[in-house]
Design a protein around this ligand. Structure first.
Ligand code: MD6
Ligand code: FE
Length: 199
């Protein structure tokens, strides 16, 4: 089933449990090749999520700001985008180009993500596709300006959100997790993958 939240389409339960398990395994292999790190913001604050990336570009943040980079902070090349994530993109993105970046965010029980826009890419006609795995997360969606009305939805394991069209630059964030709501990850927490065309 698909629902619309502030212009973002959420395909609920798009990945069945066996596909979720296989994707977690593929994500583990990415994290073995390109270890998770906890980025710092330009203001010098540590983000609460840990992250890594796959694909031609990875997204990083440090004291110099946010940007895409061809290499992991330790100088490693980013591994290929997991095959199941590529399949999801081809099924739901609605565009012919393949993604160039897959940002992988890991949330532990008290991690969150502040309201932000995804605007480090060159072409806003290309959507952002996001895959949720593990514990449920409260996703908040606003409009194209900071502040103003927002709507929220609990993203569950296997849900896929597509942010495109007029909603491409809408503010959004993760308020909190619901710890213990999924048994997919043995130690709990949540993984979010976001796929993007960068250039
Ligand atoms: C998250 N998601 O679900 C954070 N960005 O953990 C995002 O920041 C996001 O879900 C762009 C499009 C869809 C998203
Ligand atoms: Fe985002």
């Amino acid at each position: 089933m698909s629902v619309d939240v502030g212009g973002i389409t959420v395909h609920q339960g798009l990945l069945e449990p066996s596909q979720q398990e296989a994707l977690v395994e593929q994500v583990r292999r990415v994290a073995q090749a390109a270890p998770l790190f906890r980025p710092e913001t330009a203001r010098g604050r540590k983000m609460s999520v840990r992250m890594t990336s796959a694909g031609r570009y990875g997204w990083i943040s440090d004291r110099a700001g946010y940007r895409y980079e061809r290499r992991h902070p330790e100088g490693l090349e980013w591994p290929p985008i997991p095959a199941i994530a590529m399949d999801v993109w081809r099924n739901v993105s609605g565009v012919a180009r393949d993604p160039e970046s897959c940002l992988i965010n890991f949330y532990d029980a008290d991690a969150k993500m502040g309201m932000h826009q995804d605007r480090d890419e060159a072409n806003f006609e290309m959507p952002v596709v996001s895959i949720s795995l593990g514990d449920e997360a409260l996703f908040r969606v606003g409009g194209p300006g900071r502040g103003g009305k927002t709507q929220s939805i609990w993203l569950r394991s296997g849900d896929v959100a597509v942010m495109g069209g007029a909603a491409r630059l809408n503010y959004h964030g993760i308020d909190r997790l619901r710890p213990g709501s999924s048994r997919l990850l043995p130690n709990g927490g949540r993984i979010n993958l976001t796929l993007r065309v960068v250039d």
